[in-house]
Design a protein around this ligand. Sequence first.
Ligand code: XIL
Length: 315
Amino acid sequence: AGPLRAAAAAKSRFIGYAAANSPLANEAAYRSIATTEFSQVTAENAMKWDGTENVDNAFTYANGDAIVASAAANNQVVHGHTLVWHSQTPGWVQGLSATAMRAAMQDHISNVVGHWANNPVVQSWDVVNEVFDENGGMRTSFWYNTLGQSFVADAFRYARAADPDAKLCINDYNVEGINAKSTAMYNLVSSLKSQGVPIDCVGFQTHLAVQYGFPSQMQQNLQRFADLGVTVRITELDVRIELPADSNEIAAQNTYYGNVVKACLAVTACTGVTIWGFTDKYSWIPDTFPGQGQGLIYDTNYSPKSAYTAVLDAF
Ligand code: XIL
């Protein structure tokens, strides 16, 4: 009968949520679930580049600090998200020359990671996010186009220098099963490890959709990464449905939620599962995938759905 965090702790895993600042500050019902059900927190937006350095060298930490303070007060750990990404990064970064862009990246990482480096609550970072395309090539982002692939290793080195104790992750989506994209990620992590680049963990976003099916061989995929000597984690879990949802889709959603938790539990190096929100009242899905929704484990009135029970029972 919960809370989720007790069930997860019994299996030595975290169960986390992505925090939105406004309801965390303003809605008691949101805050109550956020602080009692979960043992880990990721800022949904507050620690991204546009949230921390929208103007060059003018750092803004109030929203990130609010999430970290809530976590600290409730015995939760924080996963920093995210340092180097092609999205939610201001235009002033995107237009820089190679030399200036590398310097801006180092300065950003030093400042943002450094801001929370001495806070024991903030234990890990997504250093680079979504660097692959769907075919297994490097995404042709402004980072890659300007700096080439070396920006990845550089970002990890800058992050390690800024906080030697933080666990440093690479994070992506559509890499949960064994496919061309996850194999490219596997090869990159293997290469980074063999070069001595400081990488500790791999994040699997796990934005699933009932209509696309469950990722093939998820447990085996997590395990092959673990065998490289990194930990793995589920970082942004949700399971969207084409609306209106029917009972078959709800049943599949429950199965998917349970299967993700079971895949993590089956891999010793899987440290936990973060859900990308918790209530359908606040979810990126309807804004990003028109006509889809109901992807989380509480409904819009903060009642737990059957997906909540699926997660609880899988732990
Ligand atoms: C999303 C947030 O949920 C939205 O609020 C925001 O408008 C866009 O970004 N992959 C990621 C997350 O790594 O940072 C994204 O979060 C969802 C996809």
